[in-house]
Ligand binder design. Structure first.
Ligand SMILES: Cc1ncc(C[n+]2csc(CCOP(=O)(O)OP(=O)(O)O)c2C)c(N)n1
Length: 343
């Protein structure tokens, strides 16, 4: 892990020990739940069962899991168009999310939002968002509210390398540094903005944008959940203690297309080769973590297998729940969009 500008005081409060065995099992479960949900959505999308597009997070699970392990339902998180993993890692209900993606009345937004708008305000999940970079300003507003409340809540903003080129990143870095807001920027650098490699549109090192505002920044291997977990623990701890914002750039890779069925858009066009995808498959965050956990002897293969079996059942149950749900009610559009007039 390369870390720059991270204060000694906070390093001492997180002495660098890895997760305890029970924390490691929770991280494994969190990543595995995201993976199995996304695989199921991939398959159901290919089968033409889903009503809309889905942007999948396969390969990036360690980022959401490693960061959200330090958050409670009182804390805030904003997400992106690739938001299922953030929703689940932050404690969102898998049934309600699946029903939302299936556009069912039982969905977390009553089926009116779909994949790109999964949100649960009661758990601090301020929403996936189809507008690239929009979560940055929402998370900053939430951090400002948390600072005014003064009760130790933290706000986390997940965004991509493409979003890091939006002007709003500079605005939110500036104001959060100036006002010392309890905000953690988490850039998921997966190397692409839609079909454009980052090298063609992104100048310099993304983490340096934060350093220009004297915001402590860490660059981590986003496929190593322990590294993400450590950096996030430090950054979130600092925010909770009144130490202001921090920035984490997690380098990772998206294994699936920008969205499922992207080949219909691209035709015979290609923007990456299969060797590159295969090389990143070899760095699978979940398989790597499992191998390491077993080698260290901290948890048993049986424990990990039990988690996999229970995740399998939860996902099957969530899909059955979504399939059996009632279609969303278009009549609700107006009442859900506008607050009732004051009497
Ligand atoms: C403001 C805005 N501009 C453009 C788009 C079209 N768009 C959708 S996703 C995307 C790429 C975003 O890349 P990145 O932030 O790196 O996230 P990733 O898809 O890699 O997770 C773009 C340009 C949009 N949705 N919103």
């Amino acid at each position: 892990m390369t870390t720059t500008g991270l204060g000694e005081t906070h390093a001492e409060s997180h002495p660098g020990a890895g997760p305890t065995p029970s924390e490691a099992l929770r991280l494994y479960e969190s990543m595995m739940l995201i993976r199995r949900v996304e695989e199921r959505l991939r398959d159901d999308s290919a089968a033409g069962k889903l009503p809309g597009a889905v942007h999948l997070y396969i390969g990036e699970e360690a980022v959401a899991a490693g960061v959200c392990a330090h958050l409670s339902a009182r804390d805030y998180a904003t997400s992106t168009h690739r938001g299922h993993g953030h929703f689940l890692a932050k404690g969102g209900d898998v049934r309600a999310m699946m029903a939302e993606i299936w556009a069912k009345r039982e969905g977390i937004c009553r089926g009116m939002g779909g994949s790109m708008h999964v949100a649960d305000i009661s758990r601090g999940i301020l929403g996936a968002n189809g507008i690239v970079g929009a979560g940055l300003s929402i998370a900053t507003g939430a951090a400002f509210g948390a600072k005014l409340d003064g009760d130790g809540k933290v706000s986390v903003c997940f965004f991509g390398d493409g979003a890091s080129n939006q002007g709003v990143l500079m605005e939110t870095l500036n104001i959060s540094a100036l006002w010392q807001l309890p905000l953690v920027f988490v850039c998921e650098n997966n190397g692409f903005s839609e079909f454009t490699p980052a090298a063609q549109v992104t100048a310099g090192r993304i983490a340096d944008r934060a350093r220009a505002f004297s915001v402590p920044a860490a660059e981590v291997d986003g496929n190593d959940v322990t590294e993400v977990w450590r950096a996030a623990g430090e950054a979130i701890g600092r925010a909770r203690d009144g130490g202001g914002p921090s920035f984490i750039e997690a380098r990772t890779y998206r294994i699936q297309g920008h969205f499922e069925a992207e080949s219909f858009v691209l035709g015979s066009g290609r923007y990456r080769d299969s060797e590159e995808i295969e090389a990143w498959r070899q760095k699978d965050p979940i398989a790597q973590f499992r191998t390491r956990l077993q080698a260290s002897g901290t948890v048993s293969a049986a424990d990990l297998d039990r988690i996999e079996a229970s995740v399998h059942d939860r996902v099957a149950d969530a899909v059955a729940y979504a399939e059996a749900g009632q279609p969303a009610d278009p009549e609700l559009a107006e009442t859900l969009m506008f607050a009732p007039e004051e009497a």
